[in-house]
Design a protein around this ligand. Structure first.
Ligand code: T1G
Ligand code: NAD
Length: 682
């Protein structure tokens, strides 16, 4: 039929099989194959019904995102769907793996859908800054109802086969491994009505009466999660259209909204982030034979803030973990925190009590480092002190089995220096998790000068296995994220002295899309992290605040004062300390506008990003963007600092840096001068 679509007949049932690895995306070839396949099967007098199925690991995982923004070619998906709906023979979709986006929309144009229980069905377009542009917003609510459709298109989270059956999204579940047979049997039933989803109006009509309240309540309940994004509201409007307009008008409205988003910068940024996330997992120049080593058991050293969270990632993946502490009390506290976290999740219904016990059963607490002798991977998360880390790695070198991976969760320290405290630096790597480590998806994989490529490949594979988005960093102070963050923090502090207020700086970055500004973040983390009264010199605002007893949220007083419900108001005490400190420094405070605040917080970190790139501390600019999106709350709809800088115009960024007294990084100056970009996206 076509290189990607095959048509076979089994008796009077035609089977159209899409085979277009890796995820059977709806590329031009696949659309052409479907158009030709359906036409042939419909025209074949021997054919009574048609089954659509996919080869490989998944049903259609959506439109081919890599075709977006390019001149259209091949059959139109819209026309393929119209031909399917108009078919005089029932068409049954047979779904396994993921039926996502355009893939689910093709299934919704079929008369019936059969799936295996393990299948995932969803419309994740909102995660690409889009909406389902092939009728999904009009057909889905007609099957699953308005509220469920709203949830699915605004969260982009797929549902499983069983849930899909219960919502009426699929008509039958097939036993795993018997999908084709079940779908053929279903298609072969006599008297199957040619029901088009577009004509099943009961559920949208039922919502008509209280539509205004329903949509208002939904918008209100999800305002916080949707803040700053354009796509969720457009998705809601389309579901509203499904309730208020005839199908064809709703479809036209959906098309218009889709094109508006498709041509917008937010979707461009989110599509960029989609591929950047997948690219980050690829290591340039990695020999093809650098296959990941097996990791079937893990050791964690230190059960503090990070050790516990790190352990949970591996327990969640079903891997046995041995966790080591120095004292029983610290060990008990660490294990209790892990159990508490799981019990909280179970209390929210997101796991069962049996799941909690199953994970805790995989955890072995110990006070003996020797118990890590058989671990495949060992991750150290002890105090951020080089001597302590070297001592630990020295001992590990004698205990760990040959070939074991020795990793450090250090935030800043030199991984090569840590590695040099062993006789096997090639087995040492940095695995920098972010707090809370069981939640934050980013993992900075720090490649040491002597780290073996197989150790690196294993780290990347392990990251994917525990659901992390990994990006490779070279060895430098603060790696990629913290190194750039320190520039932003420095500027934020300087702005306070020169005339800005904590709440002003925080508002500017919050409005930009960060979950919170630097001063609210400092209060949350604790103003005294790494501070001690004995060594404090009163040299910074933070020193002065700590010397005055302010600690942040934990004692209710920091840059803000907090009530029992953690509501915050600007702190007059902090403000006075800032003003006095500025006066002491002879700084004449002035009014500073929001633009200057934003540029001085973001431009220097972008400049540092250019240095990181030029030094080869990051493989590519998109890795830097992934670090900031998954580790530091950079709004994904702005693509990350390097993507954002490209769209601001590097000449403007370079000029701003000069204006604010910064030396422009050579790479940035060069790209600005030649009209280039970091990401190649402009
Ligand atoms: N288009 C093009 N390439 C895709 C793709 C897609 N839709 N989905 C995946 N890939 C590539 C990916 O880049 C990677 O390539 C390889 O496949 C494996 O992916 C009209 C407008 C399906 C759950 O948003 O969520 O339909 O890196 O590493 O972890 O309304 O991929 O190997 O070169 O992610 O097993 C809507 C996107 C599109 C789903 C599999 N669909 N994909 O996850 O593998 S918009 C989506 C995923 C749309 C219509 C609209 C995941 C996956 P490479 P992977 P995975
Ligand atoms: P923490 O103080 O909460 O925990 C450290 C734990 O290590 C303590 O429980 C301590 O008893 C234990 N420990 C110390 N020496 C030990 C030894 N020799 N053997 C076994 N256990 C020992 O610190 P944390 O915040 O979890 O930080 C741990 C590491 O992770 C540090 O390197 C830190 O820089 C890094 N890190 C921290 C964060 C964060 O946000 N807290 C984020 C990323 C990385």
């Amino acid at each position: 039929m076509s290189p990607t679509v095959d048509l076979t007949n089994d008796g009077d049932i035609a089977v159209l099989t899409i085979d277009s690895p890796p995820v059977n995306a709806l590329s031009a070839d696949v659309r052409d194959g479907l158009a030709a396949g359906f036409a042939a099967a419909i025209a074949d007098p021997l054919v009574r019904a048609i089954v659509l199925i996919c080869a490989g690991r998944t049903f259609i995982a959506g439109a081919d995102i890599s075709e977006f923004g390019k001149p259209p070619r091949g059959a139109s998906l819209h026309q393929v769907q119209l031909d399917m709906e108009a078919s005089p023979k029932p068409i049954v979709a047979a779904i396994h793996g993921t039926a996502l986006g355009g893939g689910l929309e093709v299934a919704l144009a079929c008369h019936y859908r059969v799936a295996v229980p393990s299948a995932k069905l969803g419309l994740p377009e909102v995660k690409l800054g889009l909406l389902p542009g092939a009728g999904g917003t009009q057909r889905l609510p007609r099957l699953v109802g308005v509220e469920q459709a709203l949830k699915m298109v605004t969260s982009g989270v797929p549902i499983g086969g069983k849930a899909a059956l219960s919502f009426g999204l699929v008509d039958e579940l097939a036993p795993e491994g018997e999908l084709l047979a079940t779908a053929k049997a279903f298609a072969g039933r006599s008297g199957l009505a040619l029901i088009q989803v577009r004509d099943r109006n009961e559920k949208v009509e039922a919502a008509h009466a209280n539509a205004v309240t329903l949509f208002a309540d939904f918008r209100k309940a999800n305002a916080r999660a949707m803040r700053g994004f354009e796509a969720p509201e457009a998705n809601i409007k389309c579901i509203e259209a499904a309730v208020n307009l005839p199908f064809a008008d709703g479809l036209a409205f959906e098309r218009e909204q889709f094109m508006h988003l498709m041509n917008g910068l937010q979707s461009k940024a989110q599509r960029y982030a989609f591929f950047a996330e997948r690219m980050a997992n690829k290591i340039d120049g990695l020999p093809a034979d650098a296959k990941p080593l097996p990791v079937e058991s893990v050791g964690i050293i230190g059960a503090g803030t990070m050790g516990g969270g790190i352990a949970m990632n591996f327990l969640n993946a079903g891997l046995p973990v041995t966790i080591v502490e120095t004292k029983q009390e610290a060990l008990d506290r660490g294990v209790a925190t892990i159990r508490k976290n799981y019990e909280n999740t179970a209390a929210k219904g997101r796991m069962t009590a049996a799941d909690v016990e199953a994970r805790m059963a995989l955890l072995t607490p110990t006070l003996s480092l020797e118990d890590l002798g058989q671990a495949d991977m060992i991750i150290e998360a002890v105090f951020e002190n080089m001597d302590i880390k070297k001592e630990v790695f020295g001992k590990l070198d004698r205990i760990a089995k040959p070939g074991a991976i020795l990793a450090s969760n250090t935030s800043y320290l030199n991984v090569d220096e840590i590695a040099a405290s062993t006789s096997r630096p090639e087995s040492v790597i940095g695995l920098h998790f972010f707090s809370p480590a069981n939640v934050m998806r980013l993992l900075e994989v720090v490649r040491g000068a002597r780290t073996d490529v197989q150790v690196l490949a294993t780290a990347m594979a392990t990251a994917k296995r525990i659901g992390k988005v990994a990006a490779v960093s070279g060895v430098c102070h603060g790696f990629i994220g913290n190194r750039m963050l320190s520039l932003r923090q420095q500027q934020a502090q300087a702005l306070l002295l020169e005339g800005a207020l904590p709440e002003q700086v925080d508002r500017v970055l919050y409005d930009f899309g960060f979950p919170m500004g630097p001063f609210q973040m400092s209060d949350l983390a604790g103003l005294d992290i790494g501070w001690s009264a004995d060594t404090s010199k009163g040299a910074t605002i933070r020193d002065r605040l700590c010397e005055a007893g302010l600690r942040g949220q934990k004692n209710g007083h920091g840059f803000y004062d907090y009530d029992a419900q953690r509501n915050r108001v600007p702190s007059p005490v902090a403000e006075k300390i800032i003003f006095d400190f500025a006066a002491e420094k002879g700084i004449q405070r002035r009014d500073i506008d929001d633009t200057e605040i934003l540029e001085r917080c973001l431009y220097p970190m972008i400049n540092e990003g250019a240095l990181i790139l030029a030094e080869g501390m990051a493989q590519r600019a998109s890795d830097i963007d992934i670090v900031w999106i998954y580790g530091y709350g950079w709004p994904v709809y702005r693509g990350g600092p390097m993507f954002w800088a490209d769209h601001q115009g590097l000449a403007k960024v370079a000029a701003g840096l000069t204006r604010y007294g910064f030396e422009v990084a050579p790479l940035l100056a060069k790209l600005a001068a030649e009209g280039g970009s970091f990401t190649g996206q402009v």
